[in-house]
Design a protein around this ligand. Sequence first.
Ligand code: ADQ
Length: 471
Amino acid sequence: MSRIVIVSNRTPGKGPAAGGLAVALRKVLSRHEGFWFGWSGKLTETPDSKPRMEDVDGLKVAQIDLSPQDHHAYYAGFSNSILWPSFHLRLDLATIESYWYEGYRRVNAQFAKALKPLLRPDDVIWVHDYHLIPLASELRALGAKNRIGFYLHIPFPTADALYAIPHHGELMRDLSRYDLIGFQANRDVAAFTDFAEHQAPSTFGISNTEAVDFSDTEVAAFPIGSDPEAFARLATSPAAKKMIHRMHRALGEQELVLGVDRLDYSKGLPQRVEAYEKLLANNQRFRRKVHLLQVAPPSRDTIKEYQETSDTLDAICGRVMGRFAEPDWAPLTYVKRTYGQPSLAGLYRLARVALVTPLRDGMNLVAHEYVGAQDPENPGVLILSRFAGAAEIFPDALLVNPFDTDETAEALRVALDMPLEERKTRWQALNRAATAHNVDDWALAFLERLSPGIAEAGGGATDVIYMASVA
Ligand code: ADQ
């Protein structure tokens, strides 16, 4: 029986997985036999090229270490200072150092060299995310003829932003070595197709002047989701109730407006707080009646642009406090830490409004989780950026342009004033959509398209090899 090999940047660690993606991928592996391959999280000057096979909470994981220099160039450098900002259309935040590309390719070659000896001819390989675009090319160069699929968790850029990425021609050629490319949203498929059909190859230098042939690569949208039923259960768990109780004591009669994000410039946090500031400025009646809780644990904080986003957010939260706080009332709380899923589910359940307003996002799982955790008899309102992939799934949210803070402030007013009947009608539609796009079906749909029949065959025991790098 074919095994499934999942490859991502980081291998999963022991204990409960923090992010939605890690939870989703673990789920695949709990149903299919196999393993997960990726970076161990360890840095060493002389990494062993042979992977270590370990059992991590019942999951087979093969992992390699990396040298600090290679890891820096590959991860903080090319992946997160060039690809991430460019794919999110933030060219102003991209930093280009030409040697980072060499490190990026070197790490992908190391991954391929370590993974290839573990492969059987009929293994099906599922590679995750922008850190590993060249992996199929590197594996093919070593003779791998397996079915290899690639899933991009972040948005695909417009052609202009793509052309701003050094070596974009090689990266596109790398993508053409996959049998299947999965995107989050139709928007991404359209951007990719636009590039593929109207390539303007570089005439600078002697390489990359030929258009890339994508005729052997299938491309489709596979919108990821969460597990809404699990969030519904979690939201009434003892840990969630404890969090709700704690918050009730702190909030009294105030309505909770909630934001939950990694601290990343793509999430639109300063604009969000500014919209809240406008709500309070324009509508005196909401003062003392609402409270914004923004949960935003730091992420990638060795990168300058992330530190700057953190400073900006500190400043704007301070400004709103200074403008509206009184000795016995604070308009907002800003918490920089992670919570377990049950506590998070409690916060979602209590929140009258969720502000999910990224400037650009592949999908955004917080939107899915919030919908899953609502009380059907008294659901809250989802305010969602039209630039999140989730906007294609949730047309019944209040869709906003996150750059237009007046519009978001007005959406907040509408959400806080929304009658129960309308909240219920909207939530029922949102919950149907979240259920229809649950994470289990997402994984099966991708695998089934990559290798027809594999999902059914895997009911209990397909071998899954997960060679991966989760951001
Ligand atoms: P992210 O950019 O990390 O993911 P998102 O989809 O919102 O964004 O996922 C965040 C996950 O982290 C959620 O599951 C959330 O519960 C969790 N999380 C966030 N803050 C937390 C906190 N303070 N404590 C605990 N957990 C927290 C990337 C892409 C997205 C895409 C996902 C999955 O950028 O667009 O939806 O991958 O494909």
